[in-house]
Design a binder for this molecule. Structure first.
Ligand code: GLU
Length: 331
């Protein structure tokens, strides 16, 4: 048994790697300027928790992350986790799209070792920055045996969230992350306390392994409103293989948008009804005859999460509609 666990901290940028001109710059600052080594060396407390090895994989705001970034991050973490000497991984990440990367890892990594994704809402240079405590808490979670086999976790503001559920729900407050069914637990003075388990399949019980993935199909999201121009649907459908329609309320579709979405589905584009509320379930064959139109529904997934899941589900052969729909009810 090692005296302290070995944790690899992989840096990708974000506000946690940011720097403001003054300590009152809590909201305007340069993003992605500190290296992961610089961040760690400013928090001496973390060395009591684990033997840490830092690695800089990317250095950019997470709003820039595309499918290639997801694959690069996933493949590197997978490689690191295969090392018997590594007990867990921390990924430092911008908070904007932390939920998408974390969910992608949750569905594709094949390991029970803890993987914790962490960011901050204020840069380390700001008054009352959450950067050091979030990172300290994330490492506390990664070293704890109760964190194993729970899939990818997101730690922020003293809470531990499952990657499946968490979304960034506020643009500037420290209390920015929300899971519709609540967090899995808290972190109190370096000790995780869990109260729930992720219910849906993840990591070792999914059908995808990051090591086998080379590319992801193009899936786009369209945000609905009454005056949406139907030509937007045609343009997106002409070159995407999947389309998440972030409809109003229960995935509702305006009358003039029905025909272009039906045409898209007939032309082989996988059309998925989601809700721009980002919360609650979209009922299959409820407000729309999904069976007749060849459409799918997200169950309860936010549109940006649904995009990740649809891209992966489409890789399974054959990507039949019924199999794709089943993926939304399974994961
Ligand atoms: N550009 C940042 C990002 O990487 C902003 C948000 C943050 O990290 O808190 O997502």
């Amino acid at each position: 048994m090692r005296e302290k666990p070995n944790i690899v901290v992989i840096g990708t940028g974000g506000t946690i790697a940011g720097r403001g001109e003054t300590s009152s710059n809590t909201a305007s600052y340069d993003c992605s300027v500190l290296t992961v080594n610089e961040i760690l060396s400013s928090i001496p407390e973390v060395s009591s928790l684990a033997n840490l090895r830092a690695e800089q994989l990317l250095q950019t705001g997470s709003e820039n992350f595309n499918n290639e970034h997801l694959l690069k991050i996933g493949k590197r973490i997978s490689e690191v986790l295969k090392d018997d000497d590594v007990d867990g991984v921390i990924l430092t990440h911008g908070t904007d799209t932390i939920e998408e990367t974390a969910y992608f890892l949750h569905l594709t990594l094949k390991s029970v070792k803890p993987v914790v994704v962490v960011g901050s809402m204020r840069p380390p240079s700001a008054m009352s920055s959450d950067a050091s405590l979030n990172l300290y808490n994330a490492i506390s979670v990664a070293v704890h045996p109760t964190s194993r086999a729970k899939g990818t976790l997101v730690v922020a503001n003293d809470e531990i969230h499952t990657a499946r559920d968490v979304t960034k729900a506020n643009s500037f407050k420290l209390e920015a992350f929300r899971s519709p069914y609540g967090a899995l637990g808290y972190v109190v003075e370096g000790q995780p306390r869990y109260y729930r388990m992720p219910w849906r399949d993840h990591t070792v019980s999914t059908q995808w392994a990051i090591d086998d993935l080379e590319a992801l199909p193009k899936v786009d999201i369209i945000y609905a409103y009454g005056a949406l121009d139907e030509r937007v649907i045609d343009t997106v459908a002409s070159d995407a293989r999947g389309l998440i329609y972030a409809g109003t309320g229960n995935g509702n579709v305006a009358l003039h948008i029905v025909a272009p979405l039906v045409a898209a589905a007939r032309n082989g584009v996988h059309v998925v009804r989601a809700s721009r509320t980002g919360n609650g379930v979209v009922i299959r064959n409820g407000a729309q005859p999904d069976d007749d139109y060849g459409w799918l529904v997200v169950d309860d997934q936010a549109p940006q999460k649904a995009r990740i899941l649809l891209m992966l589900a489409m890789l399974s052969t054959p990507a039949e509609r019924s199999a794709l729909q089943a993926a939304f009810y399974r994961y």
